[in-house]
Design a protein around this ligand. Sequence first.
Ligand SMILES: NC(=O)c1ccc[n+]([C@@H]2O[C@H](COP(=O)([O-])OP(=O)(O)OC[C@H]3O[C@@H](n4cnc5c(N)ncnc54)[C@H](O)[C@@H]3O)[C@@H](O)[C@H]2O)c1
Length: 440
Amino acid sequence: MDLEQKIADRSLKIGVVGLGYVGLPLAMEFAKKGIQTIGIDVDPWKVDSLNAGKNYIQDVRDEDVAQTVKDGTFYAENHFESVPDMDVIYICVPTPFTPNKEPDISYIVDSAENTAKGLRKGQLVILKSTTFPDTTEGVVQPILEKSGLKLGEDFFLAFSPERIDPGNKLFTTHNTPVVVGGVTQRCTKLAADVNRLIIDEIVEVSNPKVAEMEKLLENIFRSVNIALVNEMAALCDRIGGINIWEVVDAAKTKPFGFMPFYPGPGIGGHCILIDPYYLSWAARKYDFQTKFINLAAETNEDMPYYVKNMIFREISMLPISIIDAKVLILGVAFKRDVDDTRHSPALRIMELLFEDHVQNILYNDPYVDEITVDGHEMKSQELTPELLKSVDCVVITTDHSVYDYDMILEHSKCVVDTRNATKNAKVKKDNVVVLGDGLN
Ligand SMILES: NC(=O)c1ccc[n+]([C@@H]2O[C@H](COP(=O)([O-])OP(=O)(O)OC[C@H]3O[C@@H](n4cnc5c(N)ncnc54)[C@H](O)[C@@H]3O)[C@@H](O)[C@H]2O)c1
């Protein structure tokens, strides 16, 4: 039976390589629909957890993992031996950068090489990891062709980027449109048809490079706009008397041609911080400097330094030296209401404080029990009035919705608010400085 037929009668077997924030929700969508799904991950802890019916991703429902494992529509492995049994293989592995901020696509290469070993006729491989243009055709395709099989005839290949927004309850996998670009027209059609089994709207583009570039455009669009508003926030603080948060709220009343972005302590997560570097690296091969994109990345990366200076300024007004000051960081996840700390600006701020000899740093995050920063192993402290009273400076780095900002303001000596989280607090706010409010 060919792949078209298996898709039509839903008898296909799905493989998902990389069971993280992207791969596990995807695998669950197929498994919940009764489609046989096998997950592959190099992390034995993840594989064991899933096979025991235990979930570890916030956006995935615990009962979905337990039920699909029980029903036998999902199981996980930490090897690639089942690849020949799969009809479609999604690759959802990390694409980090090196310490020099160059793309590290070694996880994609490793997954493709392991997939190639078991590749057989009739299979479709869909790369989902965000990466620079020409990774699908220039890197993955030659690796898969080492199997001796011919692309477009024996096997099929497409790029279909992920758009999951962790923590977003409104837009999840099935109602977020997905872009698909196959190496051949049949590759595109097959990848679109498979995605259509779990996603309402599929957007087909001419080839994988378009799909790779559009994903980078989406994320760089955010990076550039966040950088713009961060720069304007710093300018508002310099001029004085202009509050950037009020400025953005006023601007967003324009019903067309404007989309609000807000300042903050920097950008984090596995995407928006990293992706501009993927494109600027790829552009250099063509003697092209992505000046605008680089400037945005630089501006955003300056924000943790800006916040560190805000903290130092506040501490300098207290009868205590920087070295002895006790600082409490509120929120170490990279954004509100998630548990993901990858490249979180809060961690960068803590690193900068440690580097500048602030030794008494504590943190609270309702979603993150422990972290290691600059070699310091730390545990989340219970957020109590006593804790707030015991520290010299409280820094709101992530505006989790569960925080009681009135309680925080009421019991703190001084608060540095990098997210305008205290905007609606009812208690007196004379102990708060807000990034970009023009009063710093
Ligand atoms: N997290 C997001 O919100 C998001 C959104 C859109 C796109 N993306 C992109 O999706 C990709 C995956 O991101 P993520 O957040 O899911 O990463 P993640 O780190 O949460 O998950 C990746 C998983 O892949 C596994 N893995 C690593 N190497 C492997 C290999 N060789 N074989 C099998 N498994 C392997 C890891 O153990 C991990 O469980 C990245 O390219 C990222 O940029 C992420």
